[in-house]
Design a protein around this ligand. Sequence first.
Ligand code: KET
Length: 454
Amino acid sequence: MTNSEFSSSSSSSSSPSDRRIGALLRHLTAATDSDNLSSVYASPTSGVSGGSVFAHLVQAPEDPILGVTVAYNKDPSPVKLNLGVGAYRTEEGKPLVLNVVRKAEQQLINDRTRIKEYLPIVGLVEFNKLSAKLILGADSPAIRENRVTTVECLSGTGSLRVGGEFLAKHYHQKTIYITQPTWGNHPKIFTLAGLTVKTYRYYDPSTRGLNFQGLIEDLGAATPGSIVLLHACAHNPTGVDPTIQQWEQIRQLMRSKGLMPFFDSAYQGFASGSLDADAKPIRMFVADGGECLVAQSYAKNMGLYGERVGALSIVCKSSDVAGKVESQLKLVIRPMYSSPPIHGASIVAVILRDRNLFNEWTLELKAMADRIISMRKQLFEALRARGTPGDWSHIIKQIGMFTFTGLNPAQVSYMTKEYHIYMTSDGRISMAGLSSKTVPHLADAIHAVATKAV
Ligand code: KET
């Protein structure tokens, strides 16, 4: 098995990027060791004598994804293009506030009975119920049997972190397997939550598709009971998802080995344009009666990025267990941030509870998904028109917000330097950041690096 350990030791067979992440994570975890913290207090008078008690700190690197925006913002070029962070932009390159969101906010403002009291630790109860229905399906037997507990969390990231800490405290297996590669924050979230992170094979660079054989081998060799992080749809960064038949094989294998599914659903509606189709893999796991965790984000599909609204659902075997699970989730949340914010969850609740607003939302969501698909076609055609060497069909085959271009770090940095195009160093581009106007510029840059020895 080619799994590499992120947290305690890194195996000699791990790739350089695994080892870099491993080193970063050892650094992150070391910072929470009491031994290490004590060195900060070693010289209580150093502040008094002029030097800062923080003088020993090293400058931390920018975040690999959000740091791209920092660099982009500093660039004065009029042709600069930010394809780093996965955030939707209009054809004019502007951030989009959905029309339904504006309507919901107006409703909230007009309602003079609304107050700003603290929410309960678990958040807005109506939002929680509606979120569970959205992801599990309105007719989900698990909801009907009252064996799902849902807590409002700080977007997808917060939901993953709360779920991770809950598992680290109460689940018998502390190892979580994540895809190789994955969203860069996953290993950090789960390591700091107290889990041991290992990887399973997922992507095959030679086909730019799924390494299904490797995936099955690695999950088959995982310690029984381990946790497995699954991207519900629109895998980040590769844009490669298993087929429904492959999901069924994954489900059977995982259930036969007692592996615990932890779904990350950050893009429901963005892969296919359909909320139900994108939730299908999760619903397959719930339909077999087994347990699982689901982290939901409304950042992308409702464009509520900065509102930080999401939910963690834990599907249990019985309503009795679900009640106990919820009581323990509250003990994780209360000392972390006490209770979640009210505004974003209220917007979501207004939209999900009203049939007209809900329908309007699905249309706006579909329009965003369609625009991304059209960007894929336009970029692919632009490269074909230029006669760019290489097979670029993965641009139209991959799905969701990102294309995993296959460009290497040197090519990426050349494109940033010469063309002011910003993207993550692994060659991921956010198709949602592209428009008809900027496609030619990007195609020129890709053509240049594909034809020059960069
Ligand atoms: N899961 C995945 C797979 C994911 O791509 C993101 C965000 C999140 C969870 C968390 O999103 P939240 O905003 O906490 O709901 N990804 C994009 C933004 C980021 O890195 O924060 C990105 O990959 O660009």
